[in-house]
Design a protein around this ligand. Structure first.
Ligand code: SF4
Length: 308
């Protein structure tokens, strides 16, 4: 960190950091304006930084009041990697003093500074869905979701029965753990208030694919066993989907075994015009043909058989 170059002064100022942070930038506190003797000492503030060998000093950003005797002048920091950071120089002047002294200087993040995200302890960083194949995720030492389960007592008859009814584990879920799980499932993608559930014709609790959970969650939750629906998911008894075992196909569904005759279709057929219309449409041709027939026809009193 660049501020490490100023190790001694930053260490000396560490106790003041909280206070400095409040005044570095963006403060919403309404404080009186600094006394003129403090407000006008901009050059003194800048020279205090230069005296420390600091060269990455940018524009002057303003001054703010610390209290009646102190004010902080701020300058933009221009070194690479410190976008939005500011140099803050605190000046002091006792009441009635005619001289200003430098109290301290420090590099602080401004309101738009690029700073590291808030620290999150490692054991709180894992989110639901992060666990991958082969990952190991042990419960914490005092995980409130777990309580001691049945401990085998050495009597084979009792121990066998205990295992059969699900008590043969070192730990079982506590009441808190069950309530939390039930709330998550209720509020999740397979709960009763989802769009899918509202649109379903019936509920999982009445579905043949519904496999109820054991124990106290039995009344509200089960696992869907329909590979075409929510297969393997814990569903609320009032969830539901269109693949419910009682879903009936709407009538008329399916394909016919042969191409159906469509009596609504129109078939266009070209018809020959009636004879009278045909004759009217070709009157000239017909007259000429008749005339030609008269020309070539033998006289009525002539024997056709005698004609050459
Ligand atoms: S098929 Fe649908 S209604 Fe039936 S259990 Fe699965 S999610 Fe519920």
């Amino acid at each position: 960190m660049h501020a490490a170059q100023h190790g001694s002064r930053t260490a000396a100022l560490s106790g003041l950091y909280g206070k400095m942070e409040n005044v570095s930038a963006g403060t919403t506190q309404t404080l009186p304006a600094p006394r003129p003797i403090l407000a006008e000492a901009v050059d003194l503030a800048r020279s205090a930084l230069l005296d420390l060998g600091e060269t990455s000093i940018g524009d002057y950003l303003g001054v703010s009041t610390e209290d009646e005797t102190a004010a902080t002048h701020r300058f933009a920091a221009t070194m690479p990697g410190y976008r939005g950071w500011q140099w803050a120089v605190v000046l002091a002047a006792a009441p009635a003093a005619d001289e200003v002294t430098v109290s301290e200087s420090v590099l602080l993040p401004g309101p738009d500074a690029l700073i590291a995200p808030e620290w999150v302890p490692w054991d709180q960083r894992i989110r639901p869905g992060d666990l991958g194949p082969g990952d190991l995720l042990a419960p914490t030492a005092h995980d409130e979701r777990l309580v001691p389960g049945f401990v085998a007592n050495g009597d084979p008859e009792i121990d066998e029965v205990a295992v059969e009814i699900g008590l043969g584990r070192k730990q079982v879920m506590s009441l808190d753990g069950r309530v939390d799980a039930a709330q998550r499932w209720h509020d999740g993608d397979y709960g009763p208030d989802t769009e899918m559930a509202k649109a379903a014709v019936s509920v999982c609790g009445l579905c043949g694919f519904y496999l109820p959970l054991a124990g106290s969650l039995h009344n509200a939750f089960g696992v869907c066993g329909n590979e075409f629906a929510m297969d393997g998911r814990v569903v609320h008894t009032e969830f539901g989907c269109g693949a419910h075992s009682d879903t009936a196909l709407p009538t008329g569904a399916g394909s016919p075994a042969y191409a159906a005759f469509d009596d609504a279709a129109v078939e266009v057929v070209t018809l020959a015009p009636p004879r009278s219309e045909a004759a009217a449409a070709s009157g000239t041709d017909a007259g000429q043909a008749a005339q030609s027939a008269e020309t070539t026809a033998p006289p009525a009193d002539q024997d056709p058989a005698s004609s050459p």
